[in-house]
Design a protein around this ligand. Structure first.
Ligand SMILES: CC(C)(COP(=O)(O)OP(=O)(O)OC[C@H]1O[C@@H](n2cnc3c(N)ncnc32)[C@H](O)[C@@H]1OP(=O)(O)O)[C@@H](O)C(=O)NCCC(=O)NCCS
Length: 180
């Protein structure tokens, strides 16, 4: 499944992306609010990639991982994904992460909006959600620019570098107002 936005192409991750994925997860700035932690070695990243690839074969499918490609240069600039609930609840949860050199250009907002639109129009979801560490101001901005509402605070649920960190729960319902 391939998605496109004005400046980006979202392509499903493949075995060939192992080294880029490892590089992305090894960047300290990307790790700051990430519960995965920096991988110990390439083998650890291989394991993560394997589970992403395995999800492609499941029926019904509940997990999608896309690499984010810059249309202009064809560079791999980050990763994003969506996890679907069972059919009855019609919920999807999104995430995104970019190499720091590409931050601050509106790319994550472009990705987030594309995932939300895909959630509603392709997966026929009722609600799209996202969780974010309370100090992750950049990502909070992205979610709010995408029209999501802060619905609550979940206390101490994110394991980040040995601490339990609070998480804001954000969401958008299919009939909420959107400017895109
Ligand atoms: C969060 C992340 C994806 C944002 O990517 P991005 O492409 O820079 O995001 P955008 O450019 O679309 O928007 C970022 C917004 O944060 C704002 N921002 C940047 N630094 C900020 C700060 N210190 N305080 C407040 N806002 C800040 C930017 O100004 C921008 O808002 P604006 O368009 O209104 O000016 C990126 O920082 C990242 O990959 N972080 C590591 C992984 C991660 O945390 N993922 C999210 C998990 S929930």
């Amino acid at each position: 499944m391939k998605l496109t936005t004005d400046r980006l192409i979202l392509k499903e991750i493949s075995r060939k992306d192992l080294h880029k994925l490892h590089e992305l997860h090894s960047a300290a700035e990307v790790d700051e609010f990430n519960t995965l932690g920096i991988p110990e070695n390439i083998k650890a990243t291989k394991k993560i990639l394997k589970s992403m690839l395995k999800a492609r074969k499941k029926h019904p499918r509940s997990s999608y991982t896309w690499k984010i490609i810059l249309k202009e240069t064809k560079e791999f600039i980050g990763l994003c994904g969506m996890t679907l609930s069972n059919d009855r609840f019609k919920l999807g949860e999104i995430y995104y992460k970019l190499f720091p050199v590409f931050w601050g250009k509106g790319y994550a907002t472009e990705v987030s909006k594309a995932l939300i639109i895909t959630g509603f129009n392709v997966f026929r979801l009722h609600k799209v959600e996202a969780g974010v560490a309370v100090n992750n101001v950049k990502s909070i901005k992205v979610l709010e620019k995408s029209g999501m509402t802060r619905e609550g605070l979940r206390r101490k649920i994110l394991p980040i570098r040995g601490e339990w960190v609070d998480n804001y729960h954000y969401a958008i319902v299919e009939d909420d107002l959107r400017n895109y």
